[in-house]
Design a protein around this ligand. Structure first.
Ligand SMILES: NC(=O)c1ccc[n+]([C@@H]2O[C@H](COP(=O)([O-])OP(=O)(O)OC[C@H]3O[C@@H](n4cnc5c(N)ncnc54)[C@H](O)[C@@H]3O)[C@@H](O)[C@H]2O)c1
Length: 375
């Protein structure tokens, strides 16, 4: 179990004001870690970050990862043992509007994080979060493996492919005897507290909170949906293994694989590949008093050809990691979070207990289902 390894540790999270970073910070705080975050402002209003009032619960540092000197000062000032790098311009559509800013933040920003790590001797473990979009999309039906070609037609995907190449160059060139590092690649995550633009669950939350039907661009597109806690469990488990590769193994056993310098995919079970329309319908079932009403004019019958799914056999073989929740549970966790928020949980910090309750329930399910990280 990774719980023991984070208690009292100093952990630095870039992108802590964002959707995934705020959930990761909440989980780290629950594990007893001393967490600091480094980000630009809070990217959305409302936000999971404000709903948990994380600014009050952790060291809340504001800055731009494109500013190497400021980032290095912040990291040195906090002197972390573990770094999770999530800060990024995370939206594909915005990357078309601002390709240079996206590549500066995602590719060069990753380089700056690793330069800051080089200047910060306290760091023992680094997990660099990129994306499933780092793979060159071959439009095939198979899941991408960690050895497949990197690439990216749009600037966001290209920036994540670049981040991977830069990170692995740093791992080999500078960190062979330094901090233990990995990159991690996950796909579309859903969960309570996301209000980002151009994502289907936030689009539903915004529309349904105002009692209007949700507009859907690509109802028949399929995605490997997973709850935000799923990849985060993988990142935390990997961070723990980087700190102590024998963590979670039975007493006296030697770790059969060394995760240092590796890349890992984290995704749902291979059969979780539902359409956008199915997600919307499933969400509506749990949205009190609301029926699934979609405004998909002009899209009916079109099948999106942007198949992108991950093969997660490496995480299973080397880390004994696999997803915990099925599709129905993923949807229920997500919808119930928003329902609670819109039923009176919108005050600053009002969702802290609820989010912690979901983290505890998720850990309990993972333990019940025999996941190594949860034992
Ligand atoms: N959400 C998903 O479905 C998904 C899927 C694959 C990969 N990812 C990756 O996971 C990470 C987190 O994604 P998210 O959904 O939480 O994104 P988000 O947009 O909710 O949050 C982004 C975070 O990065 C910070 N940030 C952006 N530019 C910055 C800069 N120049 N300097 C400092 N901070 C900056 C923001 O302030 C925010 O804290 C990103 O690297 C993203 O590419 C997300």
């Amino acid at each position: 179990m990774f719980a023991d390894l984070y208690a009292g540790r100093r952990v630095f999270v870039t992108g802590h004001t964002g959707f995934k970073g705020s959930w990761l910070s909440a989980w780290l705080l629950a594990l007893g870690a001393r967490a600091a975050g480094f980000s630009l402002g809070v990217p959305t209003t409302p936000s999971h970050f404000e709903a948990l009032d994380l600014a009050r619960r952790m060291e809340d540092l504001r800055g731009d990862i494109r500013d190497r000197a400021a980032l290095t000062r912040a990291m040195q000032g906090f002197a972390p043992e573990v770094v999770f790098h999530l800060a990024a311009q995370a939206l594909v559509r915005r990357s078309y509007e601002d390709p240079a800013g996206t590549i500066e933040a995602n590719a060069l920003g990753t380089m700056n994080v690793l330069e800051a790590v080089r200047a910060c001797p306290s760091v023992k473990a680094v997990v660099v979060i990129t994306s499933d979009k780092c793979y060159r999309n071959e439009e095939w039906v198979w899941g991408y493996r960690e050895t497949d070609h990197l690439g990216g037609a749009d600037p966001y995907s290209a920036s994540k492919g670049c981040a991977e190449i830069i990170a692995h160059s740093y791992f080999q060139s500078f960190f062979a005897n330094g901090p233990a590092c990995t990159t991690v690649r996950a796909g579309n995550v859903i969960g309570g507290g996301d209000w980002a633009a151009d994502r289907i669950v936030p689009d539903c939350a915004r529309a349904w909170a105002e009692h209007r039907p949700v507009a859907i661009r690509s109802p028949w597109a399929t995605r490997p949906w997973q709850h935000v806690l799923e990849p985060l469990s993988g990142y935390l488990w990997l961070g723990a293994r980087l700190l102590d590769n024998n963590a979670g193994l039975r007493a006296g056993a030697e770790a059969p694989f060394d995760p240092r310098g590796q890349a890992y995919n984290f995704g749902p079970a291979a059969d979780v590949n539902n359409t956008v329309a199915e997600v919307v319908e499933a969400l509506a079932v749990h949205w009190p008093g609301f029926k699934s009403e979609m405004d998909a004019a002009g899209h009916a019958g079109k099948k999106e050809s942007t198949l992108l799914k991950l093969c997660c056999d490496k995480a299973l073989a080397e880390l004994s990691w696999k997803a915990t929740l099925d599709f129905e549970e993923t949807i229920r966790y997500t919808a119930e979070w928003y329902a609670r928020y819109y039923e009176g949980g919108s005050g600053k910090g009002a969702m802290w207990d609820y989010t912690q309750g979901q983290i505890t329930a998720y850990g309990g399910k993972a333990a019940h289902r025999g996941l190594a990280w949860a034992h």
